[in-house]
Design a protein around this ligand. Structure first.
Ligand code: GLY
Length: 373
């Protein structure tokens, strides 16, 4: 039996693939599945626009996942009849003054140097594509392959797909300890009972570091990185924007993004804050997100604010995920996805399920082991 600790997008997707392969798999989720960072995300599948300087080693993995996303979405929708709102308009990053334009030009060179498909846009071209963008816009970068989905619908679909394939989901059930005997996983303790297992996958997001039983030295070094978000309601049949738009941020918002969903929500984020497990919304958080978003898209001023929430990104020390072997037989990691959990879910699922079934990791994930720390 395989146990997955954590019912977020990674745990659910791995569980689905394992169940499809005929494995006996149970996911233990301490609350409700898909309700932490999976719920909090914006659903952007944007390896290019999310690419950070100095993190080029991530690109083969994020690009490989983006490549398989369309088929993953199709299969999931066919399997579950849940529409996950896969949208292909692409992403536009804009600048609003001369300094930002220089940064954008620099970013364009960085993306082009890495052979990523991006197009430079003049201010006129940005406003032709998105007429509601601020008149202050000086230019943009268009990333046509950086798509998006509805992450909340995705979680629901994965939950159904997992169960249809024969996987078991136990919600409101914490793994209280992973039992390790002589360097090998033998069980998990749930509700005080020991369950004998062959394999455990830790996919518990920001909580992955704190699961009892794993020796200190082998724990995945993952910490919570808070992101506050909000949603506005766009007029029915007259959405303000069609593309995902990225713009400059300020203070605790490094970049602002606005992701239009087909149900009329305009999802706007996000702060990036080292606040431990404190998920409370703050006045400053909302203010900075709204101010940055309004500078890019002034028309949001009149939109009803319909929701606000925060989530905890599972961040590792190098912002890359921690995938595969843990140094303990029968214990695998699938955590630390930082800003890219939704994007990386298909590749995490296929790579980790193959690793468990075949017992060896591929070139794609071998450099993302916990051993690198
Ligand atoms: N991927 C968006 C975020 O982490 O805010």
């Amino acid at each position: 039996m395989i146990v997955i600790v954590g019912g977020g997008v990674s745990g659910l997707a791995i569980g689905w693939r394992l169940a499809q392969a005929g494995q006996n798999v149970t996911i233990y989720e301490r609350n409700k599945a898909g309700m932490e960072s999976t719920w909090a995300a914006a659903g952007m599948l944007a390896p290019q626009i999310e690419a950070e300087y100095g993190e080029e080693m991530l690109l083969p993995l994020t690009m490989a996942s983006r490549k398989i996303w369309p088929d993953f979405a199709k299969e999931l929708e066919a399997e579950t009849e849940i529409h996950i709102d896969y949208r292909r308009e692409g992403t536009i990053q804009v600048s609003l003054n001369r300094d930002e334009q220089e940064q954008l030009d620099h970013r364009f060179s960085f993306l082009s140097r890495n052979q990523l498909e991006v197009e430079k846009l003049s201010a006129y071209e940005v406003r032709r594509l998105e007429p509601h963008i601020s008149r202050a816009v000086t230019g943009g970068i268009y990333s046509p392959q950086d798509h998006q989905v509805d992450n909340r619908a995705l979680a629901l679909a994965l939950k159904i797909a997992l169960q249809k394939a024969g996987g078991i989901l136990r919600e409101q059930s914490s793994v209280e300890e992973i039992v390790i005997d002589e360097g090998c996983v033998t069980g998990v303790i749930v509700n005080g009972d020991k369950i004998t297992v062959d394999h455990v996958v830790v996919a518990a997001g920001a909580w992955s570091r704190n699961i009892p039983g794993i020796p200190e030295i082998s724990r995945p070094p993952v910490r919570p990185l808070k992101g506050q978000m909000l949603a506005l309601e766009m007029p029915e049949n007259a959405p303000l924007i069609a593309h995902v738009i990225w713009g400059p941020g300020n203070s605790i918002v490094s970049n602002v993004y606005l992701a239009p969903k087909s149900d009329g929500r305009l999802v706007v984020g996000a702060t990036v804050e080292e606040m431990g497990f404190d998920k409370r919304m703050t006045g400053g958080g909302l203010l900075e997100i709204l101010r940055s978003a309004w500078e890019v898209l002034p028309g949001i001023y009149d939109l009803p604010l319909i929701d606000s929430w925060s989530g905890l990104r599972p961040a590792s020390r190098d912002d890359a995920p921690i995938l595969g072997k843990s140094g303990i037989a029968g214990l695998t990691y699938a955590t630390g996805h930082h800003r890219n959990g939704i994007l990386l879910s298909p590749i995490t699922a296929s790579e980790i399920s193959s690793y468990i079934i075949e017992g060896k990791d591929s070139n794609l994930i071998s450099s993302f082991g916990v051993g690198r720390f």
